[in-house]
Design a protein around this ligand. Structure first.
Ligand SMILES: [Zn+2]
Length: 400
């Protein structure tokens, strides 16, 4: 039997990336620059330059990414994993023998995943790579104080290759929660988006992703009545076409959607794959619109709000555009309801956010586009991230 795995491990972990530990009496952020240079097909160099000498550089942990793929080039640097009972408090630290203002690392290609987090390196079959920039940000110890950084990054590719930096935001930290692309592709316009497509993507699947993307972006633009504030870049990488089954990991970050495909089942058109791909495209597109604001958006709220919300927006979008029949949409919702009955937030927080999140939105009995239009406008105006309180007051207002 073929197995189909699908996962959208992304937005749930955004919390983890932006919640640098609360610091009492927080000193200002330390200005820092970093240049990320691709120095070989499978090698990058990160050269940090801090405005003050630092004695320790810490980043939220990312599985074994740093212990296996990052090598300090500066002498007198010691790596130390800092475990914590709370997963979002775990850190990777680099401790310096004596304070320095320059710190360099060599980073080799990495195929793994950071648990429930962005894939650090989306590798393309043609040598291209998407590097997740959120893993380069952290905090530092300077003069005995822990300080967050205000990190700006510049990028340098191999000779002649294309480099697409993450979208720029006024808040430098926010700019880093996205991928930088290095590789041979010249991004092609695809509707409102620019597309970096792995040449190994099977033709039927490339067409399906493109068609669904253009249908969904047209639907979201008109239904949510907000043009995109920043150009959307879509990156589709093919990890392998040799392992069993099919896996597609999708992620929406600021102004970007990334899909990472693997498995030989994708070589042939298959209705189950078609169904999953359509849902994943619609789901990631929903996150793009949830974040299509100048302030606010997805923050520290329980994941079921943005994940369940994206599920509800996606089902509605697929149904409204007749990409799915009413029966397909109903079957998807029924399946989520059945899943939700079997789990709790404690037993399976990940599934809970999706299946029970969708169930909660269905239970609200409000028109989903009307509800999310109001939420998007509320978060954009107030600057407050989505929250249960905001959802409660907005849905109550709509029911009156
Ligand atoms: Zn999601």
């Amino acid at each position: 039997m073929r197995t189909f795995l699908i996962s959208t491990a992304m937005a749930t972990s955004i919390n983890l990336l932006i919640n640098l530990p609360a610091i009492a009496d927080e000193p200002g952020k330390l200005p820092a620059q970093m240049q990320l240079t691709r120095i070989a097909a499978d090698k990058w160099r990160a050269d940090y330059s801090f405005s003050e000498a630092i004695s320790r550089f810490s980043m939220p942990a990312a599985g074994d990414y740093r212990s296996t793929a990052w090598k300090p080039l500066t002498s007198g640097v010691r790596y130390q994993a800092e475990p914590s009972a709370q997963p979002d408090q775990q850190k990777d630290s680099y401790i310096l023998d004596q304070p320095v203002r320059q710190l360099s690392f060599e980073i080799i290609s990495y195929n793994g995943f950071a648990p429930k987090n962005y894939a650090p390196n989306n590798r393309f079959s043609d040598g291209g790579a998407g590097i997740y920039m959120g893993f380069f940000d952290g905090d530092v110890q300077e003069g005995g104080k822990t300080r967050a950084m205000n990190l700006t990054v510049s990028y340098q590719g191999l000779s002649g290759e294309t480099v697409i930096p993450p979208p720029a935001f006024a808040d430098a930290e926010r700019s880093l929660r996205a991928y930088a692309y290095f590789g041979p592709q010249k991004p092609a316009p695809a509707g409102a988006a620019r597309l970096v497509l792995d040449p190994a993507t099977p033709e039927w699947l490339a067409k399906l992703i493109l068609d669904t993307t253009s249908t969904m972006s047209a639907y979201f633009s008109s239904t949510y009545q907000r043009p995109l504030l920043r150009e959307l870049v879509l990156m589709i990488s093919v990890t392998d076409t040799s392992t069993a089954g099919f896996s597609m990991k999708g992620g929406a970050t600021n102004g970007q959607i990334t899909f990472r495909l693997s498995g030989k089942a994708m070589l042939n058109e298959h209705p189950a794959i078609r169904h999953l791909v359509q849902k994943l495209v619609a789901h990631e597109m929903a996150h793009i619109w949830q974040e299509n604001v100048n302030q606010g958006g997805i923050g520290d709220e329980p994941a079921w709000i943005h994940e369940g919300g994206a599920e509800a927006m996606a089902v509605e979008a697929l149904k409204s555009t007749a990409v799915w029949t009413t029966e397909e949409a109903a079957a998807y919702q029924a399946n989520a309801s059945a899943t939700c009955k079997k789990i709790t937030r404690q037993s399976d927080p990940y599934q809970y956010a999706y299946a029970c999140g969708l169930q909660k939105f269905m239970n609200m009995n409000v028109d989903i586009p009307v509800l999310w239009r109001s939420l998007i406008s509320e978060t954009g105006q107030s600057g407050q991230p989505y929250s249960e309180a905001m959802l409660g007051s907005v849905s109550q207002r709509l029911r009156q």
